[in-house]
Design a protein around this ligand. Sequence first.
Ligand SMILES: Cc1cc2nc3c(=O)[nH]c(=O)nc-3n(C[C@H](O)[C@H](O)[C@H](O)COP(=O)(O)OP(=O)(O)OC[C@H]3O[C@@H](n4cnc5c(N)ncnc54)[C@H](O)[C@@H]3O)c2cc1C
Length: 236
Amino acid sequence: MNEYTIKVIERIQRTPTAVTLRMEKPDGFTFKPGQWGYFTVGGDCGKVSRSLSFSSSPTEPHLEFTKRISDSDFCQNVEQLQKGDEVSFRGPMGNLVYEGGLDKVTFMAGGIGITPIRSILKHAVDKGIGGEKFLLYGNFNFEETAFAEEIKRWEKEDPGLKVIHILKDPPEGWEGFTGFIDSRVIEASVPDLPDQTFYVSGPPPMVNAVAMCLDELEIHRDRVFKEELEGYEGMV
Ligand SMILES: Cc1cc2nc3c(=O)[nH]c(=O)nc-3n(C[C@H](O)[C@H](O)[C@H](O)COP(=O)(O)OP(=O)(O)OC[C@H]3O[C@@H](n4cnc5c(N)ncnc54)[C@H](O)[C@@H]3O)c2cc1C
């Protein structure tokens, strides 16, 4: 695995508490949709590193990660970055990869766990990857739902893609699911459960809770791929 030093292109406020750092893609660097890198960012807090999924797709000209902002040293450094500053990373790593080939796939993301799935979905859109694709996407509220607009656009463009939002604190008049992704939500929204392959990404408590639901629903474990975004206690 190589180490790369790349320049910042842009910092994008993705939601009130999530920031995307867009960077130059190093020459010759390739990765698969859903993989991650180990990023090191310097600044007033010294050099700090974190594992972060690439929220960009291999089909895009830039590389990016999207980080839930906390008061950690890493985040304070990210907040200081300007266009042209350097960031280094090692990668790619990770096995939560989907490049097509299945008739029925269900993605389940908890909060910032959308990042690898955003990469996978953008890759699928750009490559015209067919098949039935469900996205069950759990968030506290709409304001914190990262990439909501483009995911909505992709759903209109791809008749195979169906997106189900689950909100912990929904707005008044919300008619969708409330709470978290659980067996009730999965059974009510995803048909042909035994034929689906599941990709689950989020904070460890979310991933574990969903894995237990899939066990309850008697989904074979060979059909479940998971990415735990370690470092978060709660649903983010
Ligand atoms: C494969 C992978 C992909 C990830 N992708 C993303 C992503 O796309 N976006 C995103 O926002 N976050 C992602 N994370 C989580 C990220 O690496 C950080 O752990 C998390 O964001 C918390 O870091 P912090 O700097 O905000 O807070 P901190 O205050 O540094 O961390 C909060 C708490 O978590 C602990 N902690 C930090 N890192 C780890 C770790 N790796 N393992 C166990 N405990 C840890 C700290 O000790 C602290 O107690 C990913 C993690 C993994 C393993």
